[in-house]
Ligand binder design. Structure first.
Ligand SMILES: [Cu+2]
Length: 60
């Protein structure tokens, strides 16, 4: 999943993309730098087309 315009810390590394295989989960920490509505999505095209994305809103 990618947090467009945001970065996370996962496995002690700052990144904007986290690679996950089937049936995997990962915990990532994020401190959003600004308020707004953002998109979090999968980079696998058929997953994205199948709805593997979400918006999230950061309030001030
Ligand atoms: Cu996917």
């Amino acid at each position: 999943m990618r947090e467009t315009g945001q970065t996370v810390v996962a496995n002690m590394m700052r990144t904007d993309t986290v690679n996950l295989g089937s049936m995997m989960i990962m915990v990532a920490d994020m401190i959003p730098p600004s308020a707004g509505t953002w998109l979090c999505h999968c980079h696998v095209n058929n997953h994205f087309e199948g709805g593997m994305y979400a918006r999230f809103t950061v309030t001030p």
